[in-house]
Structures are given as C-alpha cells and as structure tokens.
Design a protein around this ligand. Structure first.
Ligand code: GTP
Ligand code: IMP
Ligand code: MG
Length: 337
C-alpha cells in the first residue's frame, strides 16, 4: 500500500505537472487521482517535443497505464473535461467522481463580470469561486446530474482505497499552491478552497493515515498571477534581466516573479507535512544547470542554493528539475530516503 500526494508550495505554477509526470513514469501508479479546486489550474507537461496544458485531466496522463480519476472535491467543467478527454484520447481511463460539483456557464459569467473576483482578486475567470459558493449553499449540480458525463462517472474513494488495499501505488495530484489556500494563504487574495495536502487527500477520499509521502513542489523563483501580497517580488525589469518571463497556462497573464522566500517555504512545508521537496527551475537560478540529470554535474552555486532550501524547508530535496522537459530532472530519492 502506498499513496503519494504532490502539492504546490507557493502560489501555484511551481511545475507540479512536470513532477507528477516524472513520478508516474518512474513509480508506475495504477491510479493518478486529481484533487484541488478545478479548471482554474493549468498543468504543463512537455514530453517528446510535445507540450500539453491540462486543466481537468490529471497531468500524469502521459503515463499510459494509470487510471485518471478526478476526486469529488474538485469542480468539473463538463465542456473542458470532455474536450481534454477527446484531445488526449483517454476515454477508457478518465473518470469523474459522481459527486463532483459542476461549473455552469452562469458561474463563468458571474466570475468574469465580478468587480470583486475578476477585478480586485484577479481570479482566473473560470467560474470556480461562484461554483464553490453554490456548492456551499447546496444548490450546485453534481456530475451525476449531467447527461454527457454519464459514461465517465466513478466512485473515486472506492477505487483509490481498493487499489491501496491491493498494494498498488496511487499518485494524488494537487493544484494551485499553499499561499493561494482559502485558509492559510494571503486572504482575501486566494482561491476558493484550501489547497494543502490534507485538503487534497480529502478531495480524493483517502484518509491521512494512508498517505506515505507528501511532495511539496517549490520553484527556485516563486511566481504569482493575479493580485495580492508577494513579499519577495522583484521589479519586472529585474526579472527580465535574469531572463525570467512566464505566462499563465490558463489565462495567458504575465506571472509576477520573486526571489526565493525561505520563511514562506518553511511554513508551507510545515502545514503540508512535507516528507520531501521537489525544486523546479534550477536552470533559471543558474543557466549552466540546464538539462543536467546528475547531482555531481550541478554547479557549486546551485548545490549551495539547494542546501539552503533544505535548511529552510527542513525536508530533503529529492527531485531537482533542470528544465521543462520530462527527462530534465535529477531524482535523488534512492540516495536520500
Ligand atoms: P498549477 O496547477 O496551475 O498551479 O500548475 P503547475 O504547478 O503544474 O505549473 P505550470 O505548468 O502552470 O507552470 C510551470 C511552468 O514551468 C511550465 O511552463 C513548465 O513547463 C515549466 N517548468 C517546469 N519545471 C521547470 C524547470 O525545471 N525549468 C524550467 N525552465 N521550466 C520548468
Ligand atoms: P480563482 O481560483 O480563479 O478564483 O482565482 C483566485 C486567485 O487564485 C487568483 O489570484 C488566481 O490567479 C489564483 N489562481 C487560481 N488557480 C491558479 C493556478 O492554478 N495557478 C496560479 N494561480 C492560480
Ligand atoms: Mg499552472
């Protein structure tokens, strides 16, 4: 029995998609289960020269042998889900918990026309806030009420827990990031739900005692899209000088860029109960690290930074991502765990 949860440590877009794809290929889960808010997320996976940006289907889809389940806690936009199912050709293995709440066009309209959500908070405009509100009010539709989703319905906790009982490996995928949590983030500039590992476990219906590993993903230079506090933010010109320019996967908005925030990282690792840390974008910290796949070949400057990260988060850095492509990673789990 073994379950691993992967969550974001900062404001989302840490590169969870890539880390999950790597873990899927190396650890061969029978199920990849997606938690988190909903289609406000955009996970990027680059493999074999192809780049995918997924919003609903778990980003481990590139590994062909896993069932792809969306937990009951996640909001489903049927249109986005069905489009991704078709595009990625995962009809036979993508399933949605029958209790997922549904995002309707009226939620998207409300989100996009709201001075508070779109204007002040800088929401993604994907309808998540209004749909979660309707869920709390107990008026939202559920996946089981939608004719087009009928062929895709599942009992996700049952599938996940039965797989664990059979001794299989289950990978649980979070979305967004710690500082966007409704409870622990920079309220009110946050998303519409808690985003920490415990919430992600609840989203897919796996009890805390069944989770073996919590991998918190941090990026070397944190980013934030939308409004709100960002203590280590750098001016745009400075980011450009460092060659760091990023755009959001869902909204295309330019991401704000900051320096490593050790204080936030420590708190985030604590609340998430990190057992391991994945650090992405080390190639942005030191260009000479691009594409490297062995620890020994990293530059002294990068090694020193990674050691500082370990001191900050008080957990081992087991995965070091050196570029966007799936193969560009150093996996130290055998050495460090
Ligand atoms: P959310 O669920 O929306 O929070 O997304 P995410 O954590 O899956 O991250 P997202 O894919 O939105 O953004 C990460 C970006 O960084 C993508 O464009 C990735 O291709 C890219 N990326 C991931 N790892 C690395 C890395 O090590 N180096 C570089 N240069 N880019 C990376
Ligand atoms: P909402 O989740 O669309 O309501 O947006 C609320 C806040 O969370 C805004 O600042 C968004 O930019 C941010 N946000 C939501 N999902 C993501 C994500 O997947 N990556 C990065 N930021 C996100
Ligand atoms: Mg993203």
């Amino acid at each position: 029995m073994s379950a691993t949860i992967v969550v974001g440590g900062f404001w989302g877009d840490e590169g969870k998609g890539k880390i999950i794809a790597h873990l899927a290929y190396s650890d061969k889960p029978s199920i990849i289960a997606r938690g988190g808010v909903g289609p406000n997320a955009g996970h990027t996976v680059e493999v074999g020269g192809q780049k995918f940006g997924v919003r609903m289907i778990p980003s481990g889809f590139v590994y062909p042998d896993a069932k792809l389940l969306i937990g009951a806690g996640v909001l489903v936009n049927p249109e986005v889900f069905l489009k991704e199912v078709e595009l990625l050709k995962v009809e036979n293995r993508a399933r949605v918990d029958y209790r997922c709440a549904v995002i309707e066009p009226k939620h998207i309209e409300e989100d996009r026309s709201s001075d508070h959500l779109k204007g002040k908070i800088g929401s993604t405009g994907t309808g998540c806030g209004p749909a979660n509100r309707d869920r709390v009010m107990r008026v939202a539709k559920q996946a089981k009420d939608i004719e087009e989703l009928r062929a895709f319905l599942a009992d996700v906790p049952l599938e996940v827990n039965e797989a664990l009982d059979r001794g299989e490996f289950v990978l649980v995928e979070g979305s967004q990031g710690f500082a966007l949590s409704l409870y622990y983030g920079t309220y009110p500039y946050v998303t519409s739900k808690d985003t920490t590992a415990s919430a992600i476990a609840s989203d897919v219906g796996v009890g805390p005692a069944k989770v073996d590993e919590v991998v918190v993903v941090f990026k070397s230079f944190p980013t934030r899209v939308g409004s709100g506090p960002f203590p280590t933010e750098m001016p745009q010109e400075e980011a450009e000088k460092l060659g760091i320019i990023e755009y959001g996967t869902v909204t295309g908005r330019r991401r704000r860029i900051g320096y490593w925030d050790g204080k936030l990282a420590r708190y985030s690792a604590m609340v998430n109960g990190a057992t391991q840390v994945a650090l992405t974008g080390i190639d942005k910290f030191d260009k000479d690290c691009y594409g490297i796949r062995e620890w020994e070949k990293l530059t002294p400057k990068a090694k020193e930074f990674i050691e500082k990260v370990e001191d900050d988060v008080r957990a081992p850095v087991t995965l070091i991502s050196t570029g966007p492509e799936l193969q560009q990673i150093i996996d130290l789990r055998k050495e460090k765990l």
